[in-house]
Write a protein that binds this ligand. Sequence first.
Ligand code: ATP
Length: 864
Amino acid sequence: MNYHNLTTSDIYQKLNTGENGLDSAEVKKRQLKYGKNELTQKKKVSIISLILHQFKDIMIFILFLAAAISYFVGDIKDTVVILIIVLLNALIGFVQEYRAEKAMEALNKMSSLHATIRRAGHIIQVAATEIIPGDIVILEAGMLVPADLRLTTTHTLKIEEASLTGESHPKNKSSDTLSTENTSLGDRVNMAYKSTIITNGRGEGVVVATGMNTEIGRIAQLLQEDKVKTPLQKRLADFAKKLSFAVIGICIALFIAGWLRGEEPVQMLLTAISVAVAAIPEALPAVITIALALGAKRMVRKNALIRKLPAAETLGSVSYICTDKTGTITQNKMTVSDCWISPEVNKIENLDPMQIMLLGMELNHDVVTTAQKKLKGDPTEIALVAFTRNNQEYKASWQNEFKRAYEFPFDSERKKMTTVYPMNGKWIVVTKGAVEKILEISEAENIDKINTITKEFAEQGKRVLAYAVKVMEELPEEKSVDKFESHLQFIGLVAMIDPPRAEAIEAIANCHTAGIRLVMLTGDHPVTAKAIATATGILQDPSDKIITGTALSALSEQEFEANLESIKVFARVSPEQKLKIVKSLQGRGHFVAVTGDGVNDAPALKRADIGIAMGITGTDVSKEAADMILLDDNFATIVHAVREGRRIFDNIRKFIKYILTGNSGEIWTIFLAPLLGLPIPLIPIQILWINLISDGLPALAFASEPAEEDILKRPPRKTDESIFSGGIVIHVLWVGLLMGAVCLGTQAWAIHTENPKWATMVFTVLSISQMGHALAIRSDIKSLFTMGIFGNRHLIIAVLITIGLQLIVVYLPFFQNIFNTQALTFSELVICLTLSSLVFLFVELEKWTKRRRYNATNLKGDPV
Ligand code: ATP
């Protein structure tokens, strides 16, 4: 359908709608008819495919092989048990992945976009998916167009349509009807297409197509997003593969050695396969996803919404935060505190100077009044509207008397906004904006006075705006911004209070102790920025510098590089400068988090290691570009998220340490027994059992381990630091060897004392010593007793359940039959528990020596 050839009224008629939009009965009908405004759903992972996925694993095939071998040698009992273990393994994998999948789905839903539309004459916000043909959509710079629209009004509206036409230069849009029929998409200037980006201006349009019927819908197949793997996931998948080869090598050696020694080959083969299954950390990459997804879910409860999963992992490495001021460090609750009128101002059209100022405030804003009589829009403008409407000299009739003819919207590059209205047969032009920008375009003689008063306000941390006005007899022929924004009469200043957020002060102090550098990048006045930065602790040291965007662009490349890290506040900076700062910091090896809300912030957000968008005031474009969204726009939330990121990483490390050490213990036990002249102590299904119970619950419980106390006192982790740094490899080897030694010691002693239950004892010691290990490695350095035994309730429960399951296998006759176990006497059980606790005690000893070293070298800090 060629909507661009139809006039607005034709379209309204055709779509059975109007300027005021659809009423609620019609909305219901159309929602049923047209469905959701969505592109083909991203492939949802079905439960069946998740279940099948569990069986794709190569290890599962090896296990099936083991089951088949048992079957052919006539050991039906073993076959059944192996199959049950395969199923249980798959079930655990499924439950874990399903939880992760659900957590991610919920997060994606939260970051879906909203649109502002008019229905039944009221402006409302709805999820973009709820839009239907006939809806009237209100467009603003920074938004993504939510559906295909025929534009009905435009004010310097520019749209970037690269996703559709490949043309990256934004197109000027207008609402005029086009006469040519066969214009290409890129030339249909009175249309706006779904998923394109509004870079400038404002406008309105009527929805002509939604979902898959839109132009982008036709090529939507190309838009399926792939799942991104985090750097750690990639590294670990690679590691798991290499380790698998090593383990398979060990198992082949085990098999050959056993065979040569004259062991039964089939039994030896099954043992080798079981060791391979137990020792290969096949679940590692999946469990990392779970830890990240669950961590992301926890972050959202603290108002940090992770959009890209790798961010959950890398947040802990942030070493530099570039934050903006308004709304992030401050509350964005503006109140006008002062209004100063220049004594030079004369009457205009019978209005005295104060009234001109108040009228200017009424005419120059985009605040709308909702059905509930609430003001909605930019907090700065809401403050101005509230101020003027509460003033005695304000005339309520102004609200209906004036109809806007032209406007040149605010953006953070221009730092001003202009509106034009017909008035008494003439035209009134009102501009408001940053003081220096207004001085550039207006005629004022008392510039020094204006600057002094601005500085006075700014020193109190107030945001200062200036107003200028002119009356034109006639409109200029060319309706360009320069024609309107020139030769204005300077009217006066308004100052607004926007108090700092109380929690920002603490969060900034936390950044300092956590070794994270912090800079403020703001569009606001340098003096205001300085006052807020000092009040919140961003500026601390006398050597900390403040610089303005203008001064910054005057610096040479060398000067810029030399000064960069001593500058704590960048005021009146442009988005390009923001990008440059981010790049330079990254070039110096920093891992940079950057906040942004405007459409022009997208490049800096994309470039940043962690791009952070504002949930409340941020534009769609900034949200799309970001890795994380602050649902409350609050700086303190960033610090919470960094803390959580560090915790997630710590817990992943603990988990890896736990799994690998357990596996190493199993290998040592089986491998060393024959070398010491002992029989192989465990039968295949016992090995598989230990693998199942120890990798299951306790491993997952590490994801709930609370953050260690010093988590925000240590410096950020280097991004290239190996996950195995800090002596993990040594730990895995020596504690594994210790486990092996305890097991084999138990075996040797029991055989020596002619205890026929030696195999059950080794089986029990090996599984329970892993539980002791899990408890001991909750901290790298602190003793379990100072941390509190019940600090991680999930782990305690997991450990108790696992011990319970082990006891069931040892004591219930049904299981004794299957697992070849015998009931231990009370004293034998006590001996097993005591021997198992040796691993716990030795790891506690390892931490004790670490603590001694730490306290000796780190005399300044609190002892641990
Ligand atoms: P931050 O970058 O920390 O959020 P900011 O909100 O001051 O600070 P911008 O939104 O880029 O940054 O605004 C820059 C300047 O433009 C403001 O200091 C103010 O002088 C002016 N300004 C802000 N909002 C408006 C507006 N709605 N109309 C006209 N001028 C404005």
